[in-house]
Write a protein that binds this ligand. Structure first.
Ligand code: ZN
Length: 424
């Protein structure tokens, strides 16, 4: 990954946006929007930045390269293991593991009450098409929950997966070359699907990089696998640009990873060290807002970002649970903190725009019925100017569970307060 340092390119961009705004074409019907998100397994930011990745550099040239994080808020109720399926489900649901309830790769009991981006999309656009191209079958069958009653029998329209179970076509070798061949097969299917069927919302999952990380750690075979991934991303990007040029569609591509790797040798992951939490995003999105200029984005931010781009209306109940902040469009609030002490909740936030004249509504619920499919009753505890950055709310009797939602004009933030002895 080459990190761009140019600032005067921004001036040209501003001029072209200005010209576009007055172009008569802007009066035409808006182009159909489509999204592809890719999870390439287990690549810390420092490794992506070290390896030459010309294809991802080209994608970031239209959009952006961002350092990011996984793992929830360290040492709090939302701390989330830096384990693969846990990270995928944080992307899919826009929540940390305390909500989506996938704690490891066994996926024992996902909480389907926190809907995936696929489900939100299909609820609003039933005729739209969704796709999963994956080197691991469980992504479609268990995390997205294709055909499960718990997901309302969500139907994944196109999928290519399960190759890891086909040991005749992909005999398993100790060097795990078969996994590279599976990734190639998955990318072939995704490229073909994008070019010919152009699903509206697509997930591509690739595993080989993590296999090489586990086997060899920080060394050439792992870096080589990242180079192979880059070539695969080049093929995906070509397919997307073909659709844009031939069909006038507007596509969003987001490439990310599910966790970093250990400081020691790059072989392990799962813990909360800086490098294990260290991830990245490469996106084609050109109009990224100011939020990542101030804070490192999290994997949970991809869910509300796709929702904004795809014009998916997020229901109020889901918005109040979402742990991510959109990377496109207006954002009112970042940085929510809650300190419970004595008989007060001390709540802090930062308005993204310091000159913000809007207000923040502070909603409190002492139930968590949402978790089991019910509805929470929120009380409006206060409404204060966003620029106040702080509010103190009475918190008598120290209830077992308190959920606080800060509702700004353009986004909401939320935190839980649990009694110290009953964390999780
Ligand atoms: Zn992983």
């Amino acid at each position: 990954m080459k990190i761009p340092v140019s600032t005067w390119k921004g001036a040209f961009l501003l001029v072209s946006v200005f010209l576009f705004a007055f172009h008569p074409a802007s009066a035409q019907k808006p182009p159909r929007k489509k999204t592809v998100f890719v999870i390439a397994d287990g690549i810390p930011a420092d490794v992506l930045e070290k390896v030459s990745t010309p294809s991802m550099d080209a994608i970031a040239k239209r959009g952006k390269y961002l350092r990011a994080f996984v793992g929830g808020a360290k040492n709090t109720y939302s701390e989330t293991p830096t384990i693969s399926a846990v990270g995928y489900n944080s992307l899919l649901t826009g929540t940390w593991a305390n909500k989506h309830n996938v704690w490891d790769n066994d996926i024992a009991a996902p909480n389907y009450h926190y809907p995936t981006i696929f489900r939100l999309y299909k609820e609003q656009y039933p005729a739209g098409k969704i796709a999963v191209y994956s080197s691991w079958l469980d992504n479609c069958t268990r995390l997205v929950g294709d055909g499960l009653p718990q997901t309302g029998n969500l139907h994944v329209d196109y999928h290519a997966d399960g190759f890891e179970l086909d040991t005749l076509r992909f005999p398993h070798d100790t060097q795990r070359d078969f996994m590279h061949r599976i990734d190639e097969t998955v990318v072939d299917a995704a490229v073909n699907g994008i070019r010919t069927q152009a699903p509206d919302l697509t997930w591509v999952y690739l595993e080989y990089t993590d296999d090489m990380g586990h086997m060899y750690g920080d060394s050439e075979p792992f870096y080589k696998a990242v180079g192979m991934l880059d070539a695969q991303m080049g093929r995906l990007w070509s397919a997307i640009r073909y659709r844009e040029q031939a069909f006038g569609e507007e596509w969003l591509l987001v490439i990310t990873t599910d966790h970093g790797r250990s400081e020691k040798d790059g072989k392990g992951h799962g813990g909360q060290s800086d490098r294990q939490r260290s991830t990245w995003m490469v996106t084609s999105l050109a109009n990224i807002n100011a939020y990542p200029n101030f804070r490192k984005p999290g994997i949970v931010d991809i869910f509300p970002t796709i929702a904004r781009f795809m014009q998916i209306q997020v229901p109020d109940a889901v918005r109040r649970e979402t742990d991510g902040i959109p990377l496109t469009g207006p954002v009112s609030l970042i940085d929510m903190q809650v300190n419970a002490f004595q008989n007060k909740l001390d709540i802090e936030w930062t308005p993204l725009n310091p000159a913000d004249k809007s207000t923040v509504k502070i909603w409190i619920s002492n139930s968590n019925q949402y978790k089991t499919g019910g509805k929470d009753d929120y009380t409006l505890a206060a409404e204060v100017p966003a620029s106040q950055r702080h509010a103190s709310i009475p918190w008598a009797n120290h209830p077992e569970f308190t959920k606080i939602v800060l509702e700004g004009v353009d986004n909401s933030l939320n935190r839980w307060v649990l009694p110290p002895v009953a964390k999780q």
